[in-house]
Design a protein around this ligand. Structure first.
Ligand code: MN
Ligand code: MN
Length: 282
């Protein structure tokens, strides 16, 4: 039969009932503060997924042989609290069916809904920003408040990796959590940090959230709030390799694809690697 290329993530052909991994997109950028455009993230991440072979040599796995389904995008509303609720409901269904949610953003505020549904023991976020604001520009669901909302959900076991932007107050707060800044990773080496992270997450159910701007904006410039002196795609690949086997949910957010596709291409590959690493590791 002739194969039809559609807008869903490449190689994800399972039926829902048989799927272990459920990809969905949330094309929302209603609270973005500097540059909008993350609403185009999910479409662009999927589009770039057709650039790759479905076989991942580093994991010796072919995505077409794994039980993955892409449900498409949530038909989102406008106000951030409603979108958070929509994400929460969608994620609750997936978790109830004992599947792993893999969410494509969209801005970072959507993670609040997904974390609420998943209720992890530990939240790991890779982000240039601390996202610890109590409120920003009239809403507590601004994308600059995500990690703070996760904390308010009662998840106090939070590990922030790659941060290099935030107010003095936010940095003081972050120091009471687990913070590995981009500077510290540069100084001590990622391998060193990852061996610490491994110890911290042992036996825990982890939620892994990747904000695309954790990567240096000179490498992946398709970002609403770009920051230089960040991590590399290699670093994120290594973090995923260590954290994915213990993760019960994953998201990749804040891709704003007005670049030449670098940011969405990396995001797409990281989604593939998360699934492969989780499959291999569990
Ligand atoms: Mn963020
Ligand atoms: Mn960020």
């Amino acid at each position: 039969m002739i194969r039809f290329q559609n807008q869903l993530f490449a190689g994800c052909n399972a039926e829902y009932s048989k799927a272990r991994y459920v990809i969905f997109g949330v094309p929302y950028d209603g609270t973005t503060t500097f540059r909008s455009g993350t609403r185009n993230g999910p479409r662009s991440i999927r589009e770039m997924s057709y650039n790759f072979e479905t076989y991942l040599p580093s994991y010796d796995l072919d995505l077409t042989e794994l039980p993955i389904i892409d449900l498409g995008d949530i038909d989102i509303t406008v106000t951030p609290e409603d979108v958070v609720t929509q994400v929460q409901e969608a994620t609750q269904d997936i978790v109830r069916d004992t599947k792993i949610p893999v969410m494509l953003g969209g801005e970072h505020s959507i993670t609040i809904g997904s974390v609420r549904a998943v209720k992890p023991d530990c939240y790991i976020v890779c982000d240039a920003h601390l996202d610890l604001r109590e409120e920003f520009r009239g809403t507590i669901y601004n994308h600059g408040c995500t990690t703070r909302r996760v904390y308010d959900e009662g998840i106090k076991d939070i590990i922030i990796i790659g941060a290099r932007s935030g107010t003095k107050d936010q940095f003081e707060f972050a120091r009471s959590l687990r913070l590995f800044t981009a500077d510290e990773i540069k100084k001590h080496g990622l391998a060193n940090v990852l061996s610490k992270v491994k110890g911290l997450i042992k036996g825990k159910r982890v939620y892994l959230s990747i904000d695309a701007d954790v990567i240096d904006c000179c490498l992946t410039p398709g970002l609403g709030t770009p920051e230089p002196f960040g991590l590399t795609p290699w670093d994120i690949s290594d973090i995923i390799g260590v954290v994915a086997p213990q993760s019960i949910a994953f998201d990749y957010v804040e891709v704003s694809p007005f670049d030449s596709g670098q940011t969405a291409t990396v995001a797409s590959q990281m989604v593939r690697e998360f699934i492969a690493a989780h499959w291999k590791g569990t």
